[in-house]
Each structure stands twice: as structure tokens, then as C-alpha cells.
Design a binder for this molecule. Structure first.
Ligand code: TMP
Length: 255
């Protein structure tokens, strides 16, 4: 098979040129980083699980009318996606106090928020993803006021839906991060779509009964049982691996 052109390599994924114009192949790695790359490691099988978990969630969201970049899963570690222009803003939605919100305001982790909070961070590794306001986003031309309105409405719909979906499998959706992209149709029309991935790498998920953390905080905070946590999320969502747990140990080489 001909070598594919690598378009972009991030911390957890690689984007390759897709089979048709306007498509990309999104490859999920086992690499994990935290605190803006200061902590590095490998979570065995993470790429396989996140590929499946993100596929599952993107498909459920598409069913309720959320436009996404997802086309179809290609294999254990790859999915075909529509090529979009990523808006350089990380959209964080919070339902329960945790992580940087707990730190910034000296709040106890686990305190339910009276209403969901949406925050924007400028996507820049060099700057450490600083918190920004709508004013920064529009003044610096990262998105228009209309884009922000659309993104906020989508983010809240996604949050409502995912809160219920996860609650149904005994998980609290504490907070999560989304990315959106501009999709240019052949007609020249532009649509905002949900891009990137939704997985335990970018969600905080706690067991509803015990508050056990089942997400990347196990890696960030050296809590142990990292692989098992990702597997547990997949298991609860009813995502079964074709070849059983052994599937997780045989990463396909990146072409
Ligand atoms: P935070 O509490 O560290 O700001 O994180 C909020 C949520 O966003 C949490 O679910 C993890 C996710 N997140 C990312 O996906 N990427 C990032 O770079 C950061 C900082 C957080």
C-alpha cells in the first residue's frame, strides 16, 4: 500500500490524507500527555478504545442532528473524517467542579455547579492553552460572533445529550472538551461541525455511586488502573472489541 501523506501529528492522534479529496484519516495513538506535554506516557490500548468510544458518541450525536466530521471507522485505530478547518478554540463544558476550575477558584472538587459553565481556551501549545473570552475570539478573528453563538448552542445540546447518555451507564459527565471545525461544502457553503474526538482523554467521567474516576485523570494524577478505566468506559457503553482484550495489545504500525 502506498505511504500516505501525514498532514498533522498531535499529541494523541495523527491525521493522514484521506482516500478522497475533502477527507482525512484520523489515527489514534496510545501516547498520553498531560499538563501541556510536561508529563508523557503510554496507555496501552488507549488508541483502540478511544477510536471506538469516539465513533460511538459521534454516531449517537449525529442521530440527534449534531453535525460532526465523522464518516466511518476504518479499522482498530483509524477513522475516516471530513476535512475541516479547525477553529483554534477548545470549548470546555463543566457540570461539576473539577480540575482547573477547582484550582482557579479554590472550590472543592465534586461540587455540582448551579448551571453548566462553558469556557473557551485558545488552542496553542506554546502558550499553554490560555483561557479566553468571546472578546478575544472575535477580536483576534478566530471565530465570528455568529460562530460563537452556533458553537455555544451546539455545546449545550451536546452536553444535555451526553449527560443523559452517560448517566444511563452509571457515569457522571463532570466536564469535557470539544473542538469545532468549518466544513466547506461543494456549493461553497460553510457549516460548523463537531470535530476531533470525544473520549476519556477529554472528558472527566466519575462512577455515579463511588465517584471513582474513569478518565485521563488516572494518568494525570498517577492513580493507577489507567488502562482498566478506559476499558470500563467502553464496556459500560456496550462497545465490545472484535478480538477481546488481546486486540488492545497489537497496535497496527502507522503507515
Ligand atoms: P481542566 O479542568 O484541566 O481545565 O480540563 C477540563 C476538561 O477539558 C477535562 O475534561 C479535560 C479536558 N481537557 C482537554 O481535553 N485538553 C486539555 O488540554 C485540557 C487542559 C483539558
Amino acid at each position: 500500500m502506498a505511504r500516505r501523506r501525514r498532514i498533522y501529528e498531535g499529541k494523541a492522534k495523527v491525521m493522514f490524507e484521506g482516500p478522497e479529496p475533502g477527507t482525512l484519516v484520523q489515527y489514534f495513538k496510545d501516547d498520553a500527555t498531560a499538563f501541556n506535554n510536561q508529563k508523557k506516557g503510554t496507555i496501552t490500548g488507549k488508541g483502540v478504545l478511544n477510536n471506538r468510544i469516539s465513533e460511538f458518541l459521534m454516531l449517537r450525536l449525529a442521530e440527534i442532528g449534531i453535525p460532526t466530521h465523522f464518516v466511518r471507522r476504518l479499522n482498530m485505530r483509524e477513522q475516516l473524517v471530513r476535512e475541516v478547518e479547525i477553529i483554534p478554540v477548545e470549548v470546555v463544558i463543566r457540570n461539576i467542579v473539577a480540575g482547573s476550575l477547582a484550582k482557579r477558584f479554590a472550590l472543592a472538587e465534586g461540587t455540582p455547579l448551579p448551571r453548566s459553565i462553558v469556557e473557551y481556551y485558545y488552542k496553542s501549545d506554546e502558550l499553554g492553552d490560555p483561557l479566553v473570552s468571546e472578546e478575544h475570539i472575535t477580536a483576534f478573528g478566530w471565530a465570528t460572533p455568529q460562530d460563537i453563538d452556533d458553537i455555544l448552542a451546539l455545546a449545550l445540546r451536546i452536553n444535555d445529550f451526553l449527560l443523559g447518555l452517560f448517566l444511563g451507564v452509571g457515569l457522571k459527565l463532570v466536564d469535557f472538551k470539544l473542538e469545532f471545525g468549518r466544513l466547506y461544502e461543494e456549493s461553497g457553503e460553510m457549516r460548523l461541525v463537531l470535530a476531533d474526538e470525544i473520549s476519556p482523554d477529554n472528558c472527566r467521567l466519575w462512577d455515579t455511586k463511588t465517584n471513582e474516576k474513569l478518565d485521563k485523570d488516572r494518568f494525570r494524577r498517577d492513580l493507577g488502573g489507567v488502562e482498566e478505566a478506559y476499558q470500563e468506559v467502553a464496556r459500560r457503553l456496550g462497545i465490545l472489541l472484535e478480538g477481546g482484550p488481546n486486540d488492545l495489545k497489537a497496535p497496527e504500525s502507522i503507515q
